[in-house]
Design a protein around this ligand. Sequence first.
Ligand SMILES: NC(=O)c1ccc[n+]([C@@H]2O[C@H](COP(=O)([O-])OP(=O)(O)OC[C@H]3O[C@@H](n4cnc5c(N)ncnc54)[C@H](O)[C@@H]3O)[C@@H](O)[C@H]2O)c1
Ligand SMILES: [Mg+2]
Length: 341
Amino acid sequence: MAAVYQALHRRASSLLCRLHSTYVRKMRYLNKLKEDDSLCRQAQTSGTFYLFHNLSPFLQKAGRKYLVPQLSAAEMRRILEKSPEAEQWMEESVLVGCSDEHIPHFALDLAGALEKSVIESELQGSFTDLQKALFVVDGKDSPLLASAQSLLRWHDSHQYCSKTGQPTQKNPAGSKRVCQASGITYYPQVSPVVITLVSDGSRCLLARQPSFPPGMFTALSGFCDVGETVEEAVRREVAEEVGLEVESLLYSASQHWPFPSGSLMLGCHALVGAQQAEISMDSLELEEARWFGLEEIVEGLKREPRSSKQDDGSSLPWFPPKQAIAHQLIREWVRQQSAQA
Ligand SMILES: NC(=O)c1ccc[n+]([C@@H]2O[C@H](COP(=O)([O-])OP(=O)(O)OC[C@H]3O[C@@H](n4cnc5c(N)ncnc54)[C@H](O)[C@@H]3O)[C@@H](O)[C@H]2O)c1
Ligand SMILES: [Mg+2]
């Protein structure tokens, strides 16, 4: 028995080691592409490209599925032949990842180069608003589309140095922009946002903003202030938005979120005292904030926006889909409550 166990253990370790080394090699290759401009330019000639137009990703419909096509460098050149400055446009691409075999993946926004309809008819697909695209593509493709769009958006809005007003130049990988006049290097910006599922031990607190679709409730969220820790931001946001004091909190997981312009969502669970659980809502930001019991949450998780609509025009509560970290926090809370029951 011990020998079988040892053999299994050895096999698992060697498998892990091989997996690990593929990952390590891949990360080191990506880092090299960011640092070595000529290597990155060379990699562009054998890489694949995700297309965007005005920050909307290009999708192709295959039956009931939506695919995110990757174009080869040769296909890119063929499409860009229709544009007067083809080479210059290729230079606008940004590195977004690579395969295990070290084929680099780039993203490129062709809004200035070609009409949307020209590319759509040539490649038999359509540029789709990211908010819709994230929910129709395969789960493994949505984080990539989200981070590629945030990076393209950052480049688009950082064309000039904020000190000298002179144009900034991107490096081939798109991991930074430099102002030659001032020597300032700009790096892509990420805004940390805390998202907190508040519980009083037996209920959880969800809220809605006036801009949300009817019936949708989610966990409390807010941008971190400069100089704040995650813990401080959670305590402040909960106090500001619902007037409660957090007693303890637990970090759960994080997620890149492309709205409004590239946030790092830091997901936490927070506990407030059951005796002091009276909500005092900030009505400037929120339209409704209330406690939900376990049963109501379980029912709400089964609902979709369409099935939440009632005959009188009102909507029953429903929660964000699985692609959003709010969904994961709510599911974790349900698991924890069910385990306690
Ligand atoms: N993925 C998810 O599950 C999920 C769930 C909820 C919210 N979110 C995201 O979290 C973000 C923040 O939530 P919120 O709106 O409640 O934040 P919030 O409570 O901090 O209020 C928003 C206000 O904060 C200010 N602000 C401060 N720093 C900002 C910055 N860097 N960018 C933009 N505004 C800034 C603005 O005045 C803005 O109106 C939203 O953009 C939303 O898309 C994601
Ligand atoms: Mg908020």
